[in-house]
Design a protein around this ligand. Structure first.
Ligand code: MGP
Ligand code: SAH
Length: 252
């Protein structure tokens, strides 16, 4: 397993204690304002009509990280974005030329996702589905399953070490098994405080264990999340790494 680091973009800075009049005019809540300051790193085309809601603000994958995820879809046709939110990831997979099945349980989120995909001109490449991924999954066919489930809100970071059982709406092991029934090529976006020692356990759910690569995702030197790439066609450097205190794939 290897671990690599991404970096990046310039963001407007927040002035503490001051409510930005532009944000207030846009109807941004005090909770979301922190994310509004990062709006161009979330969507570079933000000013061209991007629409968000409260959960969308704190959950959307920053664009440069979503681009990085999407680089792995080269050579694959269909990506299932199982928890598509406001389409931060779905848009980038589509921009790379993949067909995306974008699923979200919240109809309001799907409406925002459709709007945002239009802003990027990629709505034709995305099938938007309102529904529960776990109900829809069994008959689905796809070359990659992308998983960015809810982490329990912004308070995820109050926990010192985030464990896989804390993912919502179901633990990470069960979620992974549902995805694995579709394809071994799985990309999973997890909190930066995820217990890295647990991660190989997901590989070991398969026999032989799945190849695994771990990527630490930074924006402007700030660690935003951790991406796990599973399966021989998306884990491009699936080697054991001594950079982290981790884990051969082989179960001895
Ligand atoms: P954050 O830690 O809330 O923001 O989320 P930030 O600005 O790093 O906070 P700070 O206080 O450390 O400065 C960081 C990133 O994690 C967000 O931009 C989202 O991409 C992602 N993220 C956060 N949450 C709560 C979720 C979630 O529930 N699900 C998913 N899929 N991604 C999330
Ligand atoms: N990657 C997305 C953010 C995903 S946030 C982006 O970049 O925009 C997680 C999403 O999972 C939320 O929008 C939430 O509505 C959705 N969700 C929660 N439970 C779900 C389920 N059972 N099936 C499908 N979507 C679900």
């Amino acid at each position: 397993m290897t671990a690599t680091k991404t970096s990046n973009l310039t963001q407007p800075q927040r002035v503490k204690g001051f409510r930005n009049p532009e944000a207030s005019k846009e109807g941004i809540s005090p909770l979301s304002e922190k994310y509004w300051y990062q709006r161009y790193s979330l969507f570079s085309k933000y000013d061209q009509g991007i629409q968000m809601d409260e959960e969308g603000w704190f959950s959307v994958t920053p664009e440069e990280i979503a681009i990085r995820h999407a680089e792995r879809c080269a050579g694959h046709e269909v990506v299932i974005d199982s928890f598509s939110g406001v389409a931060g990831n779905a848009i980038q997979f589509a921009r790379k030329g993949c067909h995306v099945i974008a699923i979200d349980i919240d109809p309001a989120k799907v409406a925002l996702a459709m709007n945002n995909a239009k802003v990027y001109g990629v709505e034709e490449y995305i099938d938007f589905v309102v529904g529960d991924f776990f109900t829809l999954a069994p008959p689905l066919k796809g070359d990659i399953v992308f998983l960015s489930p809810p982490w329990g809100g912004p308070s995820y970071k109050d926990i010192q070490t985030f464990t896989l059982d804390l993912l919502k709406p179901i633990d990470g092991y069960t979620l992974f098994q549902v995805a694995q029934a579709i394809t071994p090529n799985i990309i999973m976006f997890l909190p930066r405080n995820i217990n890295l020692e647990q991660v190989p356990e997901l590989s070991w759910l398969s026999s032989p264990p799945l190849e695994l690569e771990v990527e630490l995702n930074y924006v402007q030197n700030h660690l935003k999340g951790v991406t796990l790439y599973f399966g021989s066609t998306v884990a491009t450097s699936p080697r054991f790494s001594s950079e982290y205190k981790v884990f051969p794939y082989e179960v001895s």
